[in-house]
Design a protein. Sequence first.
Length: 689
Amino acid sequence: MNNSIQMDQLTLGVCYYPEHWPEELWEDDFRRMRDMNISVIRMAEFSWAMLEPVEGTFEFQFFNKVMDLAHKYGIKVILGTPTATPPAWLTHKYPEVLNANAEGVLYRHGMRRHYNYSSPKYRELCTRIVTNMVQAYKDHPALIGWQIDNELNCEINVFYAEADHIAFREWLKERYGSLDSLNKAWGTVFWSQTYSDWEQVFLTRPTTADSPNPHLALDEKRFISANAISFAKVQSDIIRAFAPRHWITHNGTFGHLDSHELTDKHLDFFSYDSYPQFSTISPSTEDHPLLDRAWSMNLSNTRSISPNFCVMEQQSGPGGWVNRIDMGTPRPGQIRLWSYQSVLHGTDLLVYFRWRTATFGTEMYWHGINDYHNQPNRRVREVAQVGEEFSKVGSLIAGTVYQAEIAIMQDYDNTWDGELDKWHGPLQWQSVRSWYKQLQYKHIPADLITLRAENLLEDLLKYKVIVYPHAAIMTDETAALLTEYVEAGGKLILGARTGYKDPNGHCYMRPFPGPVAELCGITIEDFTLIKGIIAPAELSWKGKGVLSPGTAAVGFNEVISVVSKDVEVMAEYASEYYSGKPALTRRAVGQGEVWYYGAAFNEPVVDAVIEEIQLKSPVDEWLTAPAEVEAGIRALNGASYLFLLNYSNKPAQLEFKKTAADLLTGDRLEGTFDMPPYGVLIIDTSAVG
Ligand code: GLA
């Protein structure tokens, strides 16, 4: 089943909170949803205090009534388990369920996600509410699936309650078997950190200089992820046992959680909450051109978990919390644009957040489709347009999948290790962002994939090119897989700091780039972090391509020493004491080739490499589009749909060299065509002629 949602057509849904509104509104709400082609609601994910108002006393009537009414209107229901918001009676009576900060101060009632995953009491109470809830609703004809909890690790993704320290010790005993091997793995001989009793072991606690043992810090993140997954398992086991015909999902993605593993083990598919405007709250100038379009990268990541997925929350108005999130309104057309952004990247079930803006509470400025006054507005009209379009094209698009020949690859260990480790962590974002952005601007569809222990050669061979920019932690097994990939014809592109650490995060006693030095045919003879007064060296391009003059090698400069005769130097440093030394190399191996760059990628270097390896857009031959338009293709079994999305507030001029048609409007597209601001086109590429 490849972890995908199974939909026959693109379907619209909406998050609905009947508990926020007088009952008299419900029926009118459902009637209007149907008018807008909204046929699914998600609800109840924060309703524990209603479902179990007093410990051990359950009341399921309220949501039963809502579901009956929804059913009358042909509306299907997704229920969220309510464990993200424990009631006041619960945390008051059992404070051990609360999460704590690193100093051990408890997070108290009044927000959400203030509990920990480790407390046996919390797991017991969650088991009871979820079991009762599933048994109460499992036979309701409107119910189609379950969302476990809500956004695991959102708001906070570190846990330091007493129960967490205890659970961490148990997890470590399982992983290492003995204190002796734990001491080795964490290098505790350094600074006399050696543990002589398990009771001395804790998750990171306040330290001088705020500098925890780095190997402990990495294990802490692995533990948090494993713990969140085992917390989710408790719930998915209950749902599987009592409601086997319903699907199970969870909405993410957040830090310190291996969402791939969570999905593989305990879900039917993954869901994502898409709020593109987050990227516009405090844009840095370098991000400016990408902005809401940067969200496509998050959607690409989601697609690597579930090729077809659900967006459980799609932004449908300006987002706002009373005290910390403040956004301008989406411009006319933007909600529709963002909806199709989600669809392009693999969404088949699109659920808006939320039906109507709350009139009270922390999120009373998080605007939904309807305003407080509940009168028609432009957001309602825009969503209704999407609803109408889905009914027109939805059965064609559903089940098709995004097509990409190039992947940017990452992995959880390096992402987590890089949070603390300033010597490689920041390089990752610099390179991934530059690659994703330049590929986007050139209309070359790209995947963002995660390398995992279970990956096989065939998973990598789906791609002609893989950019795996800064895998500091790398094993010989991974290097062997990458070597096979290159030998079989893949083009592999690596960057600075590759392969100098083992899985514990210790530095190898071998020349950089460690396990892939042989594959690349190089070693690193000297290196420097680029920071402050240590300026980046300039580059001089030696290949056929062109590099913008003055381009610097950013982030880190490794001076490459060529070992194999067949290594081609593609760029040299052109300043600093290592001027004239290799900065970028390429080596043909088997049917493929491997590139090694001694720095982090910036836009001009990405452009030059793309030119060198002759990556092209799949629509280059018949369509010219400006950079502000995103282009991507969803296809399956011969059917193929090109999406064009204009993120700009100005018209975008397209040049068609062949004749095409827009599926949404039926418009004929030939010669010059002006896409309106925030416009969307979907083209059946088999009908282009
Ligand atoms: C998240 C949550 C929702 C809501 C929105 C808006 O995605 O899942 O409950 O809080 O953000 O803040």
